[in-house]
Design a protein around this ligand. Sequence first.
Ligand code: PMM
Length: 275
Amino acid sequence: MEPRTLVMGILNVTPDSFSDGGLFPSAEAAIDHGLALVAAGADIVDVGGESTRPGAERVEPGVEIERILPVIEALADAGVTVSVDTMRARTARAAVDAGARLVNDVSGGLADSDMARMVAELEVDYVAMHWRAHAPRMDALDRYDDVVAEVRAELAARVAHLADAGVDPSRIVLDPGLGFAKVTDSNWPLLARMAEWSGGHRVLVGASRKRFLGAVIGREGVDQADPAEREHATTAVTALAAQAGAWAVRVHDARAAGDAVRVVSAWQSAEQTAR
Ligand code: PMM
């Protein structure tokens, strides 16, 4: 039986992330939320100390490390599989030393020229997301003639760069970077045609509560700008991504996603038994 799609729960220890920013004023509150994500069905908790939402300002490396380290340490000590959401090699190193087992880099190694070498040295799994520029500039770079072909080529270039630096290709997970330098309509072909850009790598899908979902669920009386209103649409994407073979989904609501991936797994097992 195929292993089921994993659930990566989002834990942003930031004052300004678009959906959960500012929710955790102390390390204790963040640790409690990480444990709650696991209790709700998360297989991995993704800890980030820097918001990447459109328009976000960068934080100092020392501040980023200070925000996330006690949280990573406590969760790893409690037996949780932790990933670190960072674009910085130094932060990745500190996080892995504190117990993180996976580095999730939204820039795919583009933001820090030391990242590829560091990941090779750390020998951990590495998520390379499709990315074109830091938050203040990314909306100016959201045009594509053929989004699937361009994302495929740009991700393949990241994989080649990582492999040159000594990263084992089997450690590389690819992510289409939904909402990052993408207009609403660019996100759907990337979801629907995963096999065309993934090059056989494991795929992580990060659709949770993003703006492009709000655009398709037009309902009267619903505030399209409220990220929590996009939760059911997120769960639908989770189920479809799992059905399409995604390795993991990165979500705010671990219970909803955990239920969805288990439903897909049961459905697929029944299909296999019938054959
Ligand atoms: N999206 C955000 C942050 N980190 N990491 C990966 N791999 N993929 C994503 O799509 C992604 C990410 C932005 O969302 P958040 O502010 O809710 O964390």
